[in-house]
Design a protein around this ligand. Sequence first.
Ligand code: OSB
Ligand code: MG
Length: 371
Amino acid sequence: MRHVPRVSKFEAFQVSLPLVRAFETSSHRKAHLEHILVRIEDGDGTVGWGEIASPSDPYYSAETVDDCRLMIERYLAPVLLEAEWEHPSDVGAFWARIRGHNFAKAGVEMACWDLWSRSAGLPLARALGGTRTAIAAGVSLGIEPTVADLLAQVDRYAAEGYRRIKLKIAPGWDVEPVRAVRAARPDLPLHVDANGAYTEDERAVFTALDDCGLTMIEQPYAPGALAAHARLQTRLATPLCLDESVEDLDQLDTAITLGAARVLNIKVSRMGGLAAACAAHDRAVAVGWQVWCGGMHEFGVGRAANVAIAALPGFTLPSDVSGSDKYYERDVVEPPIRAADGLVPVPSGPGLGHEVDEDLVRGLASAVLVR
Ligand code: OSB
Ligand code: MG
């Protein structure tokens, strides 16, 4: 039998979409986002799509959209175009020896999962082991100019039915806005995300937040500060949640051993792919951590993959996977992803379950790669 590489054509499109509203975190403010959409095709003409949701600046991760473009051009596309594989869970091994670059790897691996599950006629959620028919959605709210502006955003998304609200915090925007939201909404499931903006010297902020009834405090300290997270966790009743600290299973093991948190935000991009994200889910759930699906303001392709993985049984807390209308006027997929009463349905069609508007993607692309 003659073996041929599974993928015969590889294309990538760098696309910028304007945000309906600027988003501010502890590190920066954004008005539009630029991601890379990956399109692969096999010899039968089956197509798979993936999204590289890397930001254009290195504040969340060191890996920028420009790094990702070079990575796929020089390494990932050539490797995939030579590779023989049966199942997408085997794909990560082809670039396991390439260090880092998890966002780029995740986008290309996602396209393989979409292609495979489309050929198998399976919804991606089922291919991953997902059991839910809908996922619980929350929203992530950025830093606002005033507390009144923040309360207006909270009102808006609570009225839309979202199941919990997460507030970005940063030094100078923490205890006061959080107490104001809690006072206005005593029963709202609420948590905060510091994106690593604090040091251990500032732990008084977290002891003050400990009686605000928060579901969790996400990434208070820098990504490498696992021991400091563990010390903070012993002082707080509120569970800590890790995001930036966990980019692979070894880091997750260390965090578990140290007791650095009790909750894990699982992002497909940060973990380097759907297979790694599923493995992180299994390991965290096995030791009694709660997990939920985080996001990187994905366009429709990456957002659909988030919906699929959030259908796994261990994702018991509401996700950051809101409807794409929270961020974008027009999404790149049909139908767009929408939440109703705080639930996003898990598609029953094959693959990602949403069709990419190819004309739109080709028309918007500022840089294109074809192999
Ligand atoms: O820390 O979870 C984060 C967006 C960009 C970078 C980091 C984070 C986020 C979000 C947004 O919180 C989640 C989303 O709605 O996609
Ligand atoms: Mg976070």
